[in-house]
Design a protein around this ligand. Structure first.
Ligand code: TAP
Length: 502
């Protein structure tokens, strides 16, 4: 165990995806491809080789993109005025185009992020199509209320109603870990609501959102409605925060940058949604079927090399079954193949970047020193940012592995005995993104779920947010909600109209 599957990246990537990478597309602004700004290298995390190059948008390029989005929102032929039926039609066309382009999109995700191609194809791209189709259904159903306010106005007749109007220009700042899907969580509801959008992908994984811009162009999304600017967060992202014409920041990323964006929003009272980090407990009750759930618990934390915000990487097992569970998980973990995202055998690809590799490696080194590694722990592959899936137990209570988001293929196992102490541990974490519960007594599982203070509780199923259910965090895990009808509300302003009619 520990050897890599064959690295077949360059041979397996489709010609269309390679051509797209080599075409060095530039920024997508007002329906044009803009080749401007300094250059950034794109590194393949499997080989550490140069894959291609990006352009970095500075303040003036970002301001151009925001102005284009502003004109497409405010002007005469605007996205808002185009009407809900046409917005629905175009969003469905875009969903169809994404589905038809699945192979290329998943190649781009696999080569740039390192997510195994099959997971990119059947999960990230498939879920993106679902997300666009889900929100394509909303434009014609956005509705207000009419209310009888005569009695409270001291008599007279009134016609009073609410309307829901798009917020305006949205700056969507996207992380690298699920670039297309998390992008879709913001872009699809924003466009459905009638907003226009400027997207900033993460510097490490930008290609797939540039490809989405090409698809938007192909299906006839009007100029300026959807724009993409690439570059580093400190340059291009910061320029978006400083740009005057933005009405909402829709952000997914780390809690540290989320706080920075919250402060920037406060200066001009820009609307905000923040989907931030997590440290998500996977709680196993004493009546759980340990051997049946061990694979699900592992994959809930190891999928996408653990680079998932809802990853259930903090397993807390009842003392009575903890030993048996740890053995079953370690056995499963040993079988997981690490290697090229383009090999059919690979379950665990590389982590996304050198920065991420160094960060996760430091957690593993610390885990080896202060705890007991039950499985995995290998980080010294000859090349590529590969990390063997790792399970660590017997860590001291104050270990940072137990409290900080690792965002790599590392599971920690702790034990519990007393339900009140367990709830105290979960609810006192600075994070509150999600929790999962595993057991057989449904009444008890529901009672525990009711007392857990996280944005989502998953019961007997690995954490993954379905498109029709709102997702987001309590405490430092965020503000606002993506997905579901709630995810659309975040892109709408409510207006009240009160008219005396006699
Ligand atoms: P961050 O480092 O916070 O980066 C997120 C985005 O912000 C990137 O596009 C980044 O650009 C940009 N950015 C960085 N500095 C900025 C600045 N000063 N101004 C404006 N934008 C700036 O997060 P990440 O490492 O990409 O993503 C991992 C984090 O995302 C984890 O904490 C994970 O939990 C969280 N996440 C949360 C969720 C939900 S639903 N809660 C979902 C997915 C991920 P560059 O990368 O180009 O620097």
């Amino acid at each position: 165990m520990g050897n890599l599957t064959k690295n077949t990246a360059r041979e397996s990537i489709s010609r269309d995806a390679l051509q797209f990478i080599q075409s060095e597309k530039g920024h997508y602004i007002n329906g044009d491809w803009v080749h401007a700004g300094s250059r950034l290298d794109i590194i393949d995390p499997s080989t550490e080789e140069l894959l291609g190059r990006l352009y970095e948008a500075d303040q003036s390029i970002v301001d151009d993109a925001v102005s284009a989005a502003r004109r497409a929102f405010d002007g005469d032929t605007t996205w808002r005025k185009i009407g809900p039926h046409e917005r629905e039609r175009l969003l469905h066309k875009l969903a169809d185009a994404i589905e038809a382009d699945s192979e290329v999109l998943s190649d781009l995700i696999a080569v740039e992020l390192g997510l195994p191609k099959q997971a990119a194809l059947h999960f990230e791209v498939a879920k993106t199509v679902q997300t666009f189709r889900y929100y394509a259904g909303f434009p014609t159903k956005i509705a207000g209320q009419t209310l009888d306010i005569g009695p409270e106005m001291g008599g007279g007749e009134f016609f009073s109603y609410t309307t829901h109007e798009p917020v305006g220009v949205v700056a969507a700042i996207i992380p690298w870990n699920a670039p297309l899907l998390v992008g879709a969580w913001k872009i699809a509801p924003a466009l459905a609501a009638g907003c226009t959008v400027v997207v900033k992908p993460a510097e490490d994984v930008s290609l797939v959102l540039l490809r989405l811009a090409k698809l938007a162009e192909d299906v006839g999304i009007p100029k300026g409605v959807f724009n993409v600017v690439t570059g580093r967060g400190s340059i291009t992202g910061q320029a978006l925060l400083d740009s005057e014409g933005v009405d909402k920041f829709a952000f997914t990323g780390s809690t540290a940058i989320g706080k920075h964006i919250y402060r920037a929003a406060a200066d001009r009272i820009v609307r905000i949604s923040l989907e931030l980090g997590g440290k998500n407990p996977a709680v196993v009750l004493e009546d759980a079927d340990v051997s049946a759930i061990a694979p699900a618990l592992c994959m809930a934390a190891f999928a996408n090399s653990g680079q998932i915000c809802v990853s259930g990487s903090k397993v807390i097992a009842h003392k009575a079954i903890a030993g048996k569970l740890a053995t079953a998980m370690a056995e499963f973990c040993e079988k997981l193949k690490v290697g090229s995202p383009f090999s059919q055998e690979t379950v665990i690809g590389p982590v996304c970047s050198k920065v991420q590799f160094d960060k996760v490696s430091s957690f593993i080194t610390e885990g080896k020193q202060s705890g007991r590694v039950l499985s995995g722990g290998k980080i010294d592959y000859p090349k590529g940012y590969f990390i063997q899936p790792t399970i660590v137990c017997d860590l001291p209570a104050d270990s940072r592995l137990l409290h900080e988001e690792i965002f790599g293929p590392v599971i920690t196992i702790e034990t519990w005995e007393n339900e009140e102490d367990l709830l105290q541990t979960i609810n006192s974490s600075k994070f509150g993104l999600c929790a999962s519960l595993w057991g057989d007594n449904h009444g008890r599982l529901q009672r525990i779920a009711k007392r857990i203070r996280t944005g989502t509780v998953f019961i007997n199923t690995p954490a993954f947010p379905p498109v029709s259910m709102p997702t987001g965090g309590f405490r430092e895990s965020g503000v606002g909600r993506d997905l579901g009808a709630k995810g659309l509300e975040g892109f709408l302003e409510v207006k009240s109209v009160i008219a005396r009619i006699n």
